[in-house]
Design a protein. Structure first.
Length: 178
């Protein structure tokens, strides 16, 4: 089986969630800060748009005893982005590009536990390609103001910018402080 990778994804071994997180799966779901969770019963994924939000979520997972990095690379937690793949050595994940429903116009990125042979892909509840980062992805680094975006406001968990190039508003979902 496999899970969707969009934006910056924190991927966790399901076995470690059940072993280390208080309340097991329900406890893990309670600490997920947004609605991007998906799981294939082997790995779970939570997506983010901002590296600082990834860092804060990993710190929360480490509080429960999950290990992000060890001497051999990713241990219980891995980070992957949809453009570059897994950010550190990780021998327990396979990462690749897939045509959703065999449609070459609908490319997505997915990962799965190494050695898995299942083809089913799990996405977050209510996920639709047309409204997804997979259909129109753009990376906005922390220095967004110098890269053509001007911060306007923060509302309902979303940072709103205006593009100097297009004049259109750009939205960045946040789980932490703006």
């Amino acid at each position: 089986m496999a899970i969707l990778v969009e934006g910056i994804s924190v991927i966790v071994k399901a076995s470690e969630i059940h072993e280390k997180v208080t309340g097991r799966w329900e406890g893990f779901k309670n600490i997920v800060p947004n609605k991007t969770l998906c799981c294939d019963n082997e790995i779970a994924r939570v997506g983010f748009m901002v590296p600082d939000d990834v860092k804060h979520f990993i710190e929360k997972l480490e509080f429960y005893g999950l290990i992000s990095q060890g001497a051999d690379g990713a241990q219980d937690i891995a980070v992957a982005d949809q453009l570059h793949g897994v950010s550190a050595k990780c021998d327990w994940l396979e990462f690749g590009h897939i045509n959703l429903n065999n449609d070459p116009e609908k490319k997505i990125v997915a990962c799965r536990l190494s050695g898995s042979t299942e083809d089913q892909i799990f996405m977050p509840e209510n996920w639709k390609f047309e409204n997804s980062l997979s259909s129109s992805y753009g990376f906005s680094p922390a220095e967004s103001q110098s890269k053509g975006l001007i911060f306007l406001r923060h509302e309902d968990g979303i940072d709103v910018y205006i593009s100097k190039v297009t004049g259109e508003e750009v939205y960045v979902g946040r789980t932490g402080q703006p």
